[in-house]
Each structure stands twice: as C-alpha cells, then as structure tokens.
Design a protein around this ligand. Structure first.
Ligand code: GLN
Length: 278
C-alpha cells in the first residue's frame, strides 16, 4: 500500500484532507521513524513499517479516537507531552491560561503555584519551565499523576514541579500557602455528553464533565476554599467553558476576590478569568 492510499483511508473516514496530511506525517514519524525529508528525498520505507502505519491509520479511521492517543503524545506550547486515555489532551486555548499565569508570576515575583486538576501536567510543567516559581500539580487520578510525573521527568523539571494525589484541597495542608492557584478544571455540563465530538468521547469523563447542570461545580469548590491557601495578594486563574465567565466572576466576587479580569480566546470566547484576593 502507498502512503497516499493510507492517507485516503483517513479521508474516507471523514477526516479533513489537511488534517489527514498532518496525521499521516505523525504516524510515519512515530511508527516508522520516517520524516518529511525522507519522503521528499524518496527514501524507501520497509514493508513491515508501512504495514504498522497502515494498521494505526485504520485504527484511527475506524474508531475516531484522537491521533494523540494513538501516538501517545500531544504538542503543547512547543513541547511534546505524553498522553493516554487517563488524561485530557492539552488544548491550544489552555496556552492563554498558562501565558496569563506566567505574566502574573513575573509581575508579582511569585514563588509558589498550585495547579489543581493537573491531568497530563501540561499547565504545571510549562509554568515550571518558563518561570522561577515552584509548582505543585494535584489530581484525584493516580493514572493521570503517573503521566504528569513522566512529563515532568522528560522536561527535567525535577526541582521545580512536583505532583500530589489530592481530591481538590484534601491533601493540601493549611500552612502550605501559594501565591497563585491555577486550574483548568472539568467544566462541561453533563447534558452535553450527547453532543460532544466523537474524538472527545475518548477523553476521560472525570476530566471533562461536572455533575451540576451549569458546569460550575469545580469553580465553586476551588474558589470557596482558595482564600485559606493563598498568600496576601495571591491570585486565582481558571480556564472557562463557553458562557461561564459571568457566573465564575460572581463566585469569585462573593468569595473575596477583586480585580477580576477576563481574557478572550481567538474565537472571541471568554476563555480565562483571573482575580486577586482582597
Ligand atoms: N489541566 C489539564 C489540562 O489543562 C487537565 C484538565 C482537566 O482534566 N480538566 O489539560
């Protein structure tokens, strides 16, 4: 089978031609160690490797599971993060949250950051890599923490980022104070389960969905207890789901936060919210 024919398997399954091109490139790279240069220079791909690439393309086409789960990695802010089905695949929008957090760390010379619901650890690792702050990432899922830990190891952030199993604040001591609490928590209301994209249905339910109808459960729980764990002038930042900015702003105002700022994503959706403790 030719590479073009394998690409066609993806296209026939409904994957956009441009996306199929990118995915073929990834499959060749990961499963055949074959780069774009190898293709352009007409290097020959051996049959066994081509067969493996075909198999993986068929898996992608027949199941529609995300390509990142098939190759086991996802790009985020120029880094390759290990992922599997126990963690959410990092989204481009999350970079806005990371950039905003880094800005606050630098402006306020912050020393400590808590990343709640860390998942793959993408937020914690990028903040640890790009600032001088110490970052702790927490998650309720042991499987997710394994992934976060290997990402930390791969990025050699040994003295900068650490991970802890904790159901929100359950394993955070009250004398452990942070300059910043950041989180991209689950925020999709359960009723949207029926309408999400096929690809998204492979991601862990506990990373995506809340139990309450408005998707606000985690914002509420994290914000209500945040004042206990924040230093003076501490900040809190979240990624937001569509249409949640006003509700989350209200919860923040009701719990002693001020200077609320909302940042839009490229699609003009309110995507990140930040606030400072009074
Ligand atoms: N913090 C992780 C991310 O942004 C996981 C988020 C989650 O599981 N809701 O990718």
């Amino acid at each position: 089978m030719l590479i073009q024919e394998i690409e066609q398997i993806l296209i026939n399954s409904g994957i956009e031609p441009n996306e199929a091109k990118i995915e073929i490139k990834l499959l060749l790279e990961y499963f055949a160690n074959f780069s774009l240069i190898d293709i352009l220079t007409g290097k020959k791909l051996d049959d066994a490797k081509l067969k493996l690439v075909e198999e993986k393309a068929r898996l992608r086409a027949s199941t529609h599971q995300p390509i990142q789960y098939i190759i086991g990695e996802a790009d985020f802010m120029g880094e390759k993060f290990k992922v599997d089905k126990s963690v959410l695949i990092p989204r481009d929008e999350t970079e806005i949250l990371v950039r905003e957090t880094i800005k606050l760390v630098n402006e306020n010379n912050c020393k400590s950051v808590l990343d709640m619901c860390t998942g793959s650890g993408c937020i914690a690792c990028m903040i640890a890599k790009l600032t001088n702050a110490q970052v702790i990432g927490t998650d309720i899922s042991t499987e997710a923490l394994h992934i976060a830990f290997s990402n930390m190891e791969k990025m050699e952030l040994f003295n900068k980022a650490s991970f802890r199993k904790s159901d929100l604040y359950s394993k955070i001591r009250e004398d452990e104070k942070f300059d910043i609490i950041v989180s991209n928590p689950p925020y999709i209301p359960p009723k949207e389960k029926q309408t999400i994209q096929k690809e998204v249905s492979f991601e862990p339910d506990i990373a995506l969905f809340t139990k309450d109808e408005k998707g606000l459960e985690f914002y509420e729980k994290i914000i209500q207890e945040a004042p206990k764990y924040l230093n003076n002038n501490g900040h809190i930042l979240f990624e937001l789901g569509i249409g949640q900015s006003q509700d989350v702003a209200k919860i923040m105002l009701n719990n002693g936060f001020e200077n609320i700022e909302i940042i839009k994503d490229l699609a003009s959706i309110d995507r990140v919210i930040s606030g400072k403790i009074k």
